[in-house]
Design a protein around this ligand. Structure first.
Ligand SMILES: NC(=O)c1ccc[n+]([C@@H]2O[C@H](COP(=O)([O-])OP(=O)(O)OC[C@H]3O[C@@H](n4cnc5c(N)ncnc54)[C@H](OP(=O)(O)O)[C@@H]3O)[C@@H](O)[C@H]2O)c1
Length: 260
């Protein structure tokens, strides 16, 4: 059975991406660490749509191949891989938790590369595949006060666009969804709930981001930034010398709204 494998499907953008693919009749395999949330989402989607949904709970940072092995054992062939799981951390690098930074690289980059590698071999045998990676507006600019996170997302964009070119003639597509600051648990995990970059009127919803993700999947676009305001802001930042863009992002990201 051909499936869409979605990582980070237990909450936020990944959960909404699962709803988008389900609404378009795709059979799914969902993965993340929190089993109960995956179970609940599976039940919801099975009740609402006529699709097959399965889940596999695992820590992708520790063992990125486990979910691929699960698919193999169950006879699922991944024709669409959505590498969405990820997290960030807010604050100065020299004051950060190094284990959290390194774990971020393991999840945002290493797991994404490993899963892509394994699924790609099957996609080549099928003669079709689509890899939809979740990048970020952070994919385009350096991000003081989230330095490692922004660098992981720049990696996602660079890797994805190189792969898209390598696979251009093989009917295997690669796209990058670039969400703007979006209301999800991401900011709680990143300790950044009081930052002005997140807590502002332009913040997007997970549904907005997932709809943009599904659209670039359907239209086979290389990438898309979710939200007109952010498309404009990133466009402007990319015209600046990189050190000036870093200064501007650093200025915005240093602002916090202290709540009592
Ligand atoms: N929210 C934003 O403002 C924003 C902006 C740009 C890009 N993004 C990107 O969008 C993606 C989704 O984030 P989100 O906003 O939806 O945040 P979220 O609600 O916190 O979702 C993160 C997902 O990743 C999973 N995950 C975290 N660590 C994992 C691990 N070690 N192994 C397996 N799964 C793991 C989480 O599930 P478990 O905890 O159950 O494992 C969860 O399903 C991320 O790649 C993020 O970088 C978010």
């Amino acid at each position: 059975m051909k499936v869409v494998l979605i990582t980070g499907a237990s909450s936020g953008i990944g959960k909404e991406l699962a709803r988008q693919f389900a609404a378009h009749d795709y059979d799914l395999v969902l993965t993340a660490r929190r089993e109960t949330l995956l179970q609940e989402l599976c039940e919801e989607l099975r009740n609402e749509y006529r699709i097959q949904v399965d889940y596999f709970a695992c820590d992708l940072a520790k063992d990125p191949k486990a979910v691929y092995d699960f698919c193999k054992e169950k006879g699922y062939t991944v024709s669409v891989l959505v590498n969405n799981a990820g997290y960030g951390d807010y604050g100065r690098f020299d004051e950060s938790d190094l284990d959290k930074d390194l774990g971020m690289i393991e999840l945002n980059n290493k797991a994404l590369v490993a899963l892509t590698y394994h699924c790609l071999n099957d996609m080549k045998k099928q003669g079709y595949g689509h890899i939809l990676n979740t990048g970020s507006v952070a994919s385009f600019i350096p991000g003081p006060y989230m330095a490692v996170y922004y660098a992981t997302k720049a990696f996602v964009m660079s890797f994805s666009m190189a792969l898209r070119e390598e696979l251009r003639k093989e009917n295997i597509r690669v796209s990058v969804l670039c969400p703007a600051p979006t209301k999800s648990a991401f900011w709680e995990v990143a300790n950044g709930e009081t930052t002005a970059v997140y807590d502002n009127i332009f913040a997007r919803t997970c549904e907005d981001a997932a709809k943009t993700g599904y659209e670039i999947f359907e239209k086979n676009k290389a990438y898309a930034i979710d939200g007109r305001v952010y498309r404009f802001m990133i466009g402007a930042a990319r015209l600046m010398p990189i050190e000036l863009a870093a200064r501007a992002v650093g200025f915005i990201q240093s602002k916090t709204k202290h709540k009592s």
